[in-house]
Design a protein around this ligand. Structure first.
Ligand SMILES: Nc1ncnc2c1ncn2[C@@H]1O[C@H](COP(=O)(O)OP(=O)(O)O)[C@@H](O)[C@H]1O
Ligand SMILES: [Mg+2]
Length: 280
C-alpha cells in the first residue's frame, strides 16, 4: 500500500506553479528575465477598526523576496510587522493589494488550498514559541508532518534528525516546561522545518530571549537558510538581531521607509557586547 495518501491531494494551483518555476542561473537572475520571487507583496493595505476608528496597519506595502534570501523586517512595536507576516503566511488577507507566494495569489485560494499552503510552504516561528505543552519536543516537531500525511515512523525519524540539527538531540523526549526559552525556540525552529517549507516566517523570534540566546537563534536561522535553501523572513525591533540579514526592510507606521542591503549594515554579532569573536 502506498504510505503517503496526501501526496495525490496537492492542489493543482500549487503544482502548476512549482513545475513552472524554472531552474535559474546567475546570468538569468542578473538579467531579471526569470526573476522568480517566492514572496511578492503588491500594494498591500490592511485596515482594522477599533471602536469605529480606522487603524491603518499597512498602508500599501510593496516587497519582493527571492528564494533563499534572509530578510529582516525591522520596526517599532505597532509598525505593522505582525500584520504583514499574517498576510504573507496566509493567516489574514489584505483589504487592498495582493500577496503572491510562488506567484500564486493567496487571496484566490480556497480553504483547502490555503491549508495546504500553510502546512507545506510556510514554517512559523513565534516570539512565545507556541509549543504544545503536554507534548514532548519530538511530538511537537512530528505534528505538522502527521497533519501532512507523513507516516508515524517517518515523522519520528525526521523529527529526531531535525532536533539533532538544532542541537537538541539529547532532549527529544523533554516537554517544553523542562526546556529553557532558547531550547524551546530551537524546538520551534525544528517544527517550522518539518514539512520542508519554502519560507520560514519568524515573528520576533528573539523577543523573549536574552541577547546571547537570541543571537544563537538568529545564527541558527542563518545556517538553516544555507543548508535548507529556505527563505527566511524575521521580524524584530532589535538592531542587534540584524546581522544575519541579506536585506533589512524598515517598516514605519504601516509603510516601508527604506531598505538596506547586507553590505550597508555595520552591525556584527557580539560587537555590542564587546565580544568581537561573535557567537558561534
Ligand atoms: N486585530 C486588530 N484589531 C485592531 N487593530 C489591530 C489589530 N491587529 C493589529 N492592529 C493594529 O495595527 C497596527 C500594527 O500592528 P502589528 O502588525 O501587530 O504591529 P507590530 O507587529 O509591528 O507590533 C497597530 O496599531 C495595532 O494596534
Ligand atoms: Mg508584532
Amino acid at each position: 500500500m502506498p504510505e503517503k495518501p496526501q501526496e495525490a491531494e496537492v492542489p493543482e494551483v500549487m503544482l502548476a506553479t512549482e513545475t513552472a518555476a524554472p531552474k535559474r542561473g546567475a546570468e538569468e537572475d542578473k538579467a531579471g528575465l526569470l526573476a522568480v520571487h517566492v514572496i511578492r507583496a503588491v500594494g498591500v493595505k490592511r485596515i482594522f477598526y477599533l471602536g469605529g476608528e480606522p487603524v491603518n496597519a499597512l498602508r500599501g506595502v510593496d516587497l519582493s523576496v527571492k528564494r533563499g534570501e534572509y530578510v529582516s523586517i525591522m520596526g517599532p512595536s505597532g509598525s505593522g510587522k505582525t500584520t504583514l507576516f499574517n498576510m504573507i503566511g496566509g493567516l489574514d488577507k489584505p483589504d487592498q493589494g495582493h500577496v503572491y507566494i510562488d506567484e500564486v495569489d493567496v487571496a484566490a485560494l480556497d480553504t483547502f488550498e490555503l491549508a495546504w499552503l500553510r502546512c507545506h510552504k510556510i514554517g512559523y516561528i513565534f516570539q512565545t514559541f507556541n509549543l504544545i505543552p503536554v507534548a514532548s519536543a519530538i511530538e511537537n516537531v512530528m505534528f505538522p508532518m502527521l497533519f501532512a500525511g507523513t507516516t508515524q515512523a517517518e515523522a519520528q525519524q525526521k523529527a529526531a534528525e531535525l532536533l539533532k540539527r538544532v542541537g537538541l538531540g539529547a532532549r527529544i523526549f523533554h516537554k517544553p516546561v523542562a526546556l529553557s526559552g532558547g531550547q524551546q525556540q530551537r524546538v520551534a525552529v525544528a517544527r517550522a522545518l518539518a514539512n520542508d517549507p519554502a519560507i520560514v516566517l519568524a515573528d520576533e523570534p528573539t523577543g523573549n530571549l536574552d541577547l546571547h540566546t537570541g543571537e544563537e537563534i538568529i545564527r541558527m536561522l542563518e545556517g538553516l537558510k544555507e543548508d535548507f535553501h529556505v527563505t527566511v523572513m524575521s521580524a524584530t525591533h532589535d538592531h542587534k538581531m540584524l546581522a544575519a540579514s541579506d536585506r533589512v526592510v524598515y517598516l514605519s507606521d504601516g509603510a516601508i521607509s527604506h531598505i538596506k542591503r547586507r553590505e550597508e549594515l555595520d552591525i556584527k554579532f557580539g560587537t555590542l557586547q564587546g565580544d568581537d569573536k561573535g557567537v558561534g
